[in-house]
Design a protein around this ligand. Structure first.
Ligand SMILES: [Zn+2]
Ligand SMILES: [Zn+2]
Length: 150
C-alpha cells in the first residue's frame, strides 16, 4: 500500500467519508519528495492543478480533520508559517531560529527519553513525531555575543 492508499484506508476504517476532494488533497500531500513539507496554500495550488472545484477553506478543513485523526502532522516553522506532512513522513524535529528564521533538522532519538519520562511521571503520551523547537542558532548567538562585547 502506498501512502495515499494507507490514509484512505484509515479514513475508511474510521468511517469517515472519502470524497473526491479529500482524495485529491491526500494525493497532493503525498505528492512530494521525502523531506518536503507543504503549506495549506501549496497543497491548494497542487490540487488546483487537477480541479478548480476545491477552495482553500475546504483545504484547511480537510487538513484539520486529517491532523485530528492522527494521519497528518502540522508543524509551526515560525513567522506564521505552518506546514503539513503525512505521518509516513517519519519522525524528526526542526530547530527554528527566532532571530533569523533559519530551520535546522535534528534527530528525534533524544526525545524517546522525554516521551518515556512523560508517560512514567504523568501518564501522558506526547505527540513527538514531528515537532519544532524555537531558539537561537549558532550564528545568531555569535552575533549577539559580539554585540555585547562592544
Ligand atoms: Zn539565527
Ligand atoms: Zn518536518
Amino acid at each position: 500500500m502506498n501512502d495515499v492508499e494507507q490514509i484512505i484506508e484509515s479514513l475508511r476504517r474510521k468511517q469517515l467519508r472519502i470524497t473526491p476532494q479529500r482524495e485529491l488533497i491526500v494525493r497532493a500531500l503525498t505528492d512530494v519528495d521525502d523531506d518536503e513539507h507543504q503549506t495549506a496554500e501549496e497543497i491548494h495550488a497542487r490540487v488546483q492543478a487537477s480541479t478548480s472545484a476545491v477552495n482553500i477553506a475546504t483545504i484547511y478543513r480537510t487538513l484539520d480533520m486529517l491532523v485530528e485523526e492522527g494521519l497528518v502532522t502540522r508543524v509551526d516553522l515560525g513567522g506564521g508559517k505552518e506546514v503539513f506532512a503525512t505521518v509516513q513522513h517519519g519522525m524528526h524535529m526542526h530547530l527554528v531560529c527566532r532571530q533569523c528564521g533559519h530551520v535546522l533538522d535534528a534527530d528525534t532519538q533524544v526525545l524517546q527519553d522525554v516521551r518515556q519520562y512523560l508517560v512514567a511521571e504523568h501518564g501522558f503520551s506526547a505527540d513527538l513525531e514531528h515537532i519544532s523547537l524555537f531558539g537561537m542558532c549558532e550564528a545568531c548567538k555569535q552575533l549577539t555575543s559580539s554585540h555585547e562585547e562592544l
